[in-house]
Design a protein around this ligand. Structure first.
Ligand code: PBG
Length: 316
């Protein structure tokens, strides 16, 4: 236990069911660490939660989910903000810091469907919902016979759209479904070779004001060393490729016995081009390994692929 302990901690969170589960999870962990502390949640509605009619890549990306929470940290209305690490921009900067990364849950993408047991069982022409360019690109490449259609909304909304027949199947993060008690809806977990996860998928991050060093010390016992190393590597890939959810980019690291294996890919969302790279080495060099994987992608033309996506040539 740190020398001092907090009297009160306020956790800023988005008001979605997933965000509330995550904030409550952190609340319970902190409460167990500091039984005398009052740990409270402050629920906020973010711009990202309000805009539901356009795909995320069109409305400005991940920052939408983070800004309102950061304002609460700045105002002193909250001490910490809990995020799905996947949704935290890689360019998080002063006066904020990502002070703790918690142990990761299942990082894989999950296949959810009423009638079908997995991607390989879907008939040609079946409609698969996802709004992630990363998932779309990998699906189109591996399963060109399927139709990929956009899917937005929080987890419950997405499942409702599947259930009312808008899609034959949808792809969601396994961790999110698990957290909401919806694990039974998962028909198959996609292997990293099939659908390489997004940087940070399945992990939680806690953001604080960097100046509040006492907070960092109080939160430190929640950190998971292996997940932190993976996050460093994966986020290094994203950073070097200018990653956001507007970019079809995947980065996935694992650590076994101190040894790290990082895989990364960028792809054209239409499945026409997919570039992979990987790196292995000691987990202690996580960030360098992520950078090496990113350089591998860049050496194979990743920058050109991404530039072409941002500035598409007029199609005939
Ligand atoms: N894109 C939104 C988002 N952010 C975090 C999760 C799930 C939990 C996680 O990955 O940690 C999800 C839902 C999804 O991608 O299906």
């Amino acid at each position: 236990m740190p020398a001092s302990s907090p009297a009160k901690l306020v956790i800023a969170t988005r008001a979605s069911r997933l965000a509330l589960w995550q904030a409550e999870h952190v609340r319970a962990r902190l409460q167990a660490l500091y039984p005398l502390c009052r740990v409270e949640l402050l629920e906020l509605t973010t711009r990202g939660d309000q805009i539901l009619d356009r795909t995320l890549s069109k409305v400005g990306g991940k920052g939408l989910f983070v800004k309102e929470l950061e304002t609460a940290l700045l105002d002193g209305r909250a001490d910490l903000a809990v995020h799905s690490l996947k949704d935290v921009p890689v360019d998080l900067h002063e006066p904020f810091e990502l002070s703790v990364i918690l142990e990761r849950d299942d990082p894989r993408d999950a296949f959810v469907s009423g009638r079908h047991a997995g991607l390989d069982e879907l008939p040609a022409g079946a409609v698969v919902g996802t709004s992630s360019l990363r998932r779309e690109a990998q699906l189109r490449l591996g399963y060109p016979q399927l139709q990929v259609r956009p899917l937005r909304g929080n987890l419950d909304t997405r499942l409702a759209k599947l259930d009312r027949g808008d899609y034959d199947a949808i792809i969601l993060a396994a961790a999110g479904l698990k957290r909401l008690g919806l694990e039974a809806r998962i028909r198959a977990r996609l292997a990293p070779e099939q659908s390489l996860p997004a940087a940070g998928q399945g992990a939680l991050g806690i953001e604080t004001l960097a100046a509040r060093t006492e907070l960092r010390a109080w939160l430190a016992p929640l950190a998971c060393a292996d997940t932190t190393a993976c996050a460093l590597a994966e986020r290094a890939v994203s950073r070097m490729l200018g990653g956001s959810c507007q970019v079809p980019l995947a980065a996935y690291a694992r650590v076994d016995d101190g040894q790290m294996y990082v895989r990364a890919l960028v792809a054209h969302p239409d499945g026409s081009n997919l570039i992979r790279a990987e790196a292995r080495g000691p987990a202690a060099s996580a960030e360098q390994l992520g950078e090496a994987a990113a350089r591998g992608l860049l050496d194979k033309g990743a920058a050109e692929l991404l530039a072409a996506l941002q500035d598409p040539a007029p199609s005939a």
